[in-house]
Design a protein around this ligand. Structure first.
Ligand SMILES: [Zn+2]
Length: 170
């Protein structure tokens, strides 16, 4: 079976095409030669990208995809497991909540108007929890609970943001 390459326009055997599982027959539209030339050209045009994206980055991406797939496959099982854990460990959860309350109270200076803060929380759009730009729980800095340290975030970004502080505000 022959296939025409979209680049050099030559008809070649299927085996001579780059593999691409998302395309028909499992092969891409370029032959291997053209595909190799294209990625070489790209590396030449944007050498910084080739340097930035290493094999270990790729492994990380693959790992994240696998974790994601596992999570979605086992969503119900995970949520049952989480609920069972929560019932058994009520004291852990309530102590976390108490500590969080204490931390937030410590992070709120006397001169901040409670009205302003409550307004930020009550105007919060659905699905976008209020986020501390600098987190209150951090060994080096403490993000104050003040209006200019709060922002609305789509929930997913909030989860992916970790407790890191790199010395500058984002
Ligand atoms: Zn070609």
């Amino acid at each position: 079976m022959l296939r025409r390459c979209s680049r050099c326009n030559l008809e070649k055997k299927l085996e001579e095409f780059e593999k691409n599982s998302s395309k028909s027959f499992g092969f891409g539209c370029r032959c291997k030669k053209c595909a190799a030339k294209r990625s070489a050209d790209y590396r030449q045009r944007k050498p910084e990208i080739g340097l930035q994206y290493t094999k270990s980055d790729h492994a990380k991406v693959l790992n994240r995809v696998a974790c994601n797939r596992y999570y979605h496959k086992n969503k119900e099982k995970r949520s049952v497991a989480r609920k069972t854990w929560a019932v058994k460990n009520r004291h852990v959860i309530s102590s976390h909540a108490r500590m969080r309350g204490r931390r937030l109270k410590q992070a709120t200076p006397d001169w901040v108007s409670m009205k302003d803060l409550l307004q930020i929380y009550s105007n919060c759009p659905a699905g976008q929890p209020v986020d501390h730009i600098v987190l209150p729980k951090h060994p080096l800095v403490s993000g104050l609970l003040v209006p200019w340290n709060l922002q609305y975030l789509p929930a997913l970004i909030n989860i992916s943001k970790s407790n890191k502080f790199n010395g500058v505000n984002p």
